[in-house]
Unconditional design. Structure first.
Length: 318
């Protein structure tokens, strides 16, 4: 007679005759521990603030994620555009670099692998009369942000050259003497930034030939008014590094020589100031993506301010 007794751990078989066989059944439970991402980077600066690891890139590099995807908050700012250069009247300022961020919002997931980080260079102001140079595009993996537009110049025979250009943030229009009223500022590209301000002309109405201010990431540039160059638009204030900082301010437009008035002031966030005869004009601030200031002249060539380089910042929970 065969008898079999079974419980949760063992099976016992009793076989007629002298042989007894005991077979043990082992129940195994495997527990898996979640794997944390391992992060390495090149050319960035790692800092730690309460609850966060923060990496800031001022030059191009990489971020590499291993073992598990990484959820990050980020800020990407394109390079600022330069102010225009003129040999007559006044030039417009350069547009701030565009801005994208997700601070306080849904995280960006960086999958396992190496991701490119590119810092957009600020636009270099031309050395002879011409519109300003556009800033470079900044990149974090799948996120690309355009640079700011170059400022308009004051070519009396070329109305297209006088108008501001379109970009991450629009640039300011240049002043002119042949057209009554305003010369249009450039348009910002949604959702990266705002429009540039209009320049002024002289013409029959007696308005002065002043450059328009430039759009920033937080607001539009102001038009040139009366005898003054337009002020640059304010940038956007963000706290991703542990300190609230303004990024991507627009440049200030120039005023023309020979009249009372002041050049435009750059917007908060590294926007350069407007100037006259190469005095007082300043570049946009590197690492903030500020637009370069415009320049006016009475003699010689007035060179606009260079745009400021952009920046890329990421942070993830400790």
């Amino acid at each position: 007679m065969n008898v079999e007794v079974t419980d949760a751990t063992n099976t016992v078989e009793v076989v007629s005759g002298p042989q007894i066989v005991v077979t043990e059944q082992v129940n195994r439970v495997e527990l898996s521990t979640p794997t944390s991402p391992v992060v390495t980077q090149t050319n960035g600066t790692l800092t730690q603030i309460t609850g966060w690891n923060v990496v800031t890139w001022l030059t191009s590099g990489t971020i590499t994620v291993a073992q598990a995807p990484l959820e990050v908050e980020f800020l990407v700012v394109g390079g600022g555009g330069s102010g225009g250069t003129t040999s007559s009247r006044a030039a417009g300022a350069g547009g701030a670099g565009g801005v994208r961020h997700n601070v306080g919002g849904a995280k960006l997931v960086l999958p396992i692998g190496t991701h490119t980080v590119t810092i957009g260079a600020g636009g270099a102001a031309p050395l002879t009369q011409n519109i300003g140079s556009r800033g470079g595009t900044s990149v974090l993996g799948p996120v690309a942000v355009p640079g700011g537009a170059g400022g308009g110049t004051s070519l009396s025979t070329d109305l297209n050259a006088q108008r501001g250009r379109d970009g991450g943030c629009g640039s300011g229009g240049g002043g002119n003497s042949t057209t009554t009223g305003a010369t249009a500022g450039g348009s910002g590209i949604t959702p990266f930034g705002f429009d540039g301000g209009n320049g002024r002309s002289s013409g029959a109405t007696g308005e002065q030939q002043n450059g328009g201010g430039v759009g920033g990431a937080g607001g539009a540039g102001l038009p040139a008014l009366n005898n003054d160059g337009g002020n640059g638009g304010v940038g956007i204030a963000l706290n991703i590094t542990g300190t609230s900082i303004y990024y991507a301010g627009g440049g200030g437009g120039a005023k023309r020589e020979g009249v009372l008035g002041v050049s435009g002031v750059g917007g908060l966030g590294g926007g350069g100031n407007g100037g006259l005869n190469n005095v007082g004009v300043t570049a946009g601030t590197d690492g903030l993506g500020g637009g370069g200031g415009g320049n006016g002249r009475s003699v010689g060539t007035a060179i606009g301010g260079d745009g400021g380089d952009g920046v890329v910042i990421v942070r993830w929970a400790q």
